[in-house]
Design a protein around this ligand. Structure first.
Ligand code: UD1
Length: 428
């Protein structure tokens, strides 16, 4: 198995450039289904989840050419299937993002039901209810969702019971060719939603209001392929900026908009860090002790659940206690028990974590519970006493390109190693 080993206590400072956003790239790739021809996406991160979405598209007949690692030329001219099998959906739940585009292009889709997931049930009932309002009929059989719109999709008003990112995206994509106007009320407002709306509009769609709670989509008859740059990854940026707040030395991150991290950066300041914001870059450092502050995760512009673990890592070393409330996903505190193995003092009560700051972490063998939790454990290792070995790092590979290399470029003593499964993996 592959592990990441990190030795704590080394100077970590410098500049990192982030890649395009995973959560945007996956949906932009899905959206190319609706514009037959060759769409070029630039600034695409070279990560495992993008590779899975590539397989999903190839499976339905798309051709993909990779140019200089970060540019994808996706040819959807010959897409002739509307089925996404379980072995792909099981690898990545975001494969369900093809549901809307397939309905748009073919008026039908077969997508395997996503199974459970280690950060909660992650249902797709809101996607289904919203699409039903637009005239889509659903049947679930043998683990597959069969969707069809026998009379075509027709615009309507859909009010989401929660500002779900995935449901907003699927509805936006399904309504592009719908008759009349579709209104998505209580829509998610994440920057990745805006990026998707921008791509669709560049392709010829009429999407208004993305970034606000009400999105209106006026149906058009066709989309055409374009070239589009993926928005910078605010969560990758936030992770490296959290490293600056953790170690104290300046970390500068380029390639993203600090306005996409508004509340996260404010919280870092409340914790005692200094934040210097530019238009497309940001620096964070700290010359005071870490202070506790309460956090509650919420849809954008609230505090992102995808920054919860990295922030918990900081708060676990603060001078005092605080409460982190997770409102978006159940089961997103698995990271806490791994961090406790490194000396953190965290009590979980339902969707609250009570974090009592400790003086330091001690290096240990830990398992990456999920993508962000895995990154946060590596972060903890940067300041821990001794060596930390993080296993199950395929989670980290899903969403961070060159995580080890980027931290090493900042001065971290870190390596990726392959070890026999049951070996005692301590030490370099
Ligand atoms: C996306 C992001 C993920 C991020 C999350 C919230 C991608 C690939 N992933 O996930 O990194 O953490 O947004 O910002 O973009 N829910 C339902 N029914 C539904 C849909 C969602 O109950 O039909 C629930 C989910 O189980 C979850 C919550 O709503 O508890 C939020 O989900 P959602 O915003 O849809 O997140 P994703 O799109 O899955």
């Amino acid at each position: 198995m592959d592990v990441i080993r990190v030795e704590g206590g080394h100077s970590v400072t410098g500049t990192v450039r982030v890649e395009g956003a995973k959560n945007s790239a996956l949906k932009l790739m899905a959206a190319t289904i609706m514009a037959p021809g060759v769409t070029t996406l630039t600034n695409v991160p070279n990560i495992a989840d993008v590779h899975v979405m590539g397989k999903v598209l190839k499976n339905i007949g798309a051709r993909i050419e990779v140019v200089n690692v970060h540019e994808l030329k996706i040819d959807t001219s010959d897409v002739d299937s509307w089925e996404t099998p379980y072995h792909l959906v099981a690898q990545m739940r975001a494969s369900t993002a093809v549901l809307g585009p397939l309905l748009s292009r073919f008026g039908r889709a077969v997508v395997a039901m996503p199974g459970g997931c280690n950060i909660g049930a992650r249902k797709i009932d809101m996607h289904i209810l919203g699409l039903e309002a637009l005239g889509v009929e659903f049947k679930v059989d043998h683990g597959n969702i069969y969707a069809s719109a026998p009379n075509g999709l027709v615009g309507d008003t859909v009010t989401l019971s929660f500002a779900s990112v995935g449901a907003t995206e699927n509805l936006m994509m399904a309504s592009v060719f719908a008759k009349g106007t579709t209104t998505i009320d209580n829509a998610a407002r994440e920057p990745e939603i805006v990026d998707l709306a921008n791509l669709l509009n560049e392709m010829g769609a009429k999407v208004r209001g993305a970034g606000s709670p009400v999105i209106e989509v006026e149906g058009v008859s066709e989309l055409h392929p374009v070239t589009h740059e993926v928005v910078g990854d605010r969560i990758e940026a936030g992770t490296f900026l959290a490293v600056g707040a953790l170690t104290g030395e300046p970390v500068r991150v380029t390639g993203f908009a600090p306005s996409h991290l508004g509340l996260v950066l404010k919280k870092f300041e409340q914790m005692g860090a200094t934040v210097e914001r530019g238009a497309r870059e940001c620096s964070v450092w700290r010359d005071r002790p870490l202070l506790p502050t309460d956090i509650q995760t919420l849809p954008f512009p609230g505090f992102p659940t995808d920054m919860q673990a990295q922030t918990m890592c900081l708060l676990a070393l603060a001078k005092g206690s605080c409460i982190i409330t997770e409102n978006v996903f159940e089961n997103r505190f698995m990271f806490a028990s791994e961090l406790s193995r490194m000396g953190a003092d965290i009590v979980i009560e339902g969707h609250h974590a009570i974090v009592h700051g400790v003086d330091g972490f001690s290096g240990a063998q830990v398992r990456s519970p999920d993508l962000r939790g895995g990154a946060a454990l590596v972060m903890a290792g940067l300041v821990a006493d001794g060596v930390t070995t993080v296993s199950d790092i395929h989670h980290i590979d899903r969403g961070y390109e060159g995580f080890v290399e980027k931290l090493a470029s900042l001065g971290a003593k870190i390596e990726r190693a392959t070890v026999p499964d049951e070996e005692d993996v301590e030490g370099f």
